[in-house]
Design a protein around this ligand. Structure first.
Ligand SMILES: [Zn+2]
Length: 248
């Protein structure tokens, strides 16, 4: 079915997936805190979860924009003091989540080196957000193994398997069997799978994100609008689900 209008959802939003800083190499994208907040005001985004490998940069941005930005700590599990750094960020810095990128930093989600980090998330009662959609390290089944090891920690599959049909399907199938798994939809192109996820996994466990500066809000908002959701569903998807997940 084709959407009947080109209107984009105007309501309040929480963006679960943004970055500031500069991603060099093949990515060649960057975003400053000022640019992020300017974009949020334009698109009616109340809060954005923000993370980058330079966590000090994120900390300063959150201090500058405490009403708009929600810091999530991005550790490298190979660092011996990774869990300690996570603990400091969650207790002293006021960060509200932990981000993991198994592909980028070369580890399996359920590896032993990850467990002390997730234990810190459990202690602070914050979610763990994990990049998905790329072999060999960032696959939904592997994230499911971590979710199984920590049934009392909320774990989000960022990108919901990304653009790969097999991985999108796996993200849905793994999440539907575990109450502690959530799906974020940035840069996942297939709207029908988002609808399916809402029906199969649950309307309270699928949520909006942009992956700024890799993704653009206008694309992600149009994608969500084109799902043809009810006003109540729009509110859950664009706003309330991420708000309650982050406890903000
Ligand atoms: Zn990202």
């Amino acid at each position: 079915m084709v959407a009947e209008t080109t209107r984009i959802y105007p309501g309040k939003k929480v963006d679960l997936h943004t970055h500031i800083g500069s991603f060099g190499g093949w990515a060649n994208v960057s975003c400053t805190d000022d640019e992020l907040v300017k974009s949020m005001r334009y698109y009616n985004v109340e809060k954005s979860a923000v993370y980058f490998t330079d966590n000090e940069l994120v900390r300063r941005a959150v201090q500058k924009y405490p009403d708009e930005l929600v810091g999530c700590y991005w550790p490298n599990p190979h660092d011996k003091d990774a869990a300690e750094r996570v603990r400091i960020a969650l207790t002293d810095w006021g960060f509200k989540g932990v981000k993991l990128h198994p592909l980028f930093q070369a580890f399996l989600p359920n590896d032993r080196i990850v467990h002390p980090i997730v234990e810190e998330a459990r202690r602070a009662r914050v979610p763990v957000l994990i990049h998905t959609g790329h072999a060999p390290f960032s696959l939904p089944w592997s994230v499911g193994e971590l979710a199984d090891s920590f049934p009392d920690v909320k774990i989000v599959m960022l990108h919901m398997g990304n653009g790969h049909g097999v991985y999108m399907e796996a993200a849905i199938n793994v999440a539907k069997n575990m109450d502690n798994l959530y799906l974020e939809t940035s840069r996942m192109p297939n709207g029908s799978k988002i609808r399916e996820a809402m029906n199969v996994v649950g309307k309270d466990r699928v949520m909006y994100g942009t992956d700024i500066p890799f993704g653009d809000p206008v694309v992600e908002i149009v994608k969500g609008t084109a799902l043809g959701m009810s006003e109540e569903e729009n509110k859950l998807y664009f706003y309330s689900n991420a708000k309650s997940l982050l406890n903000i």
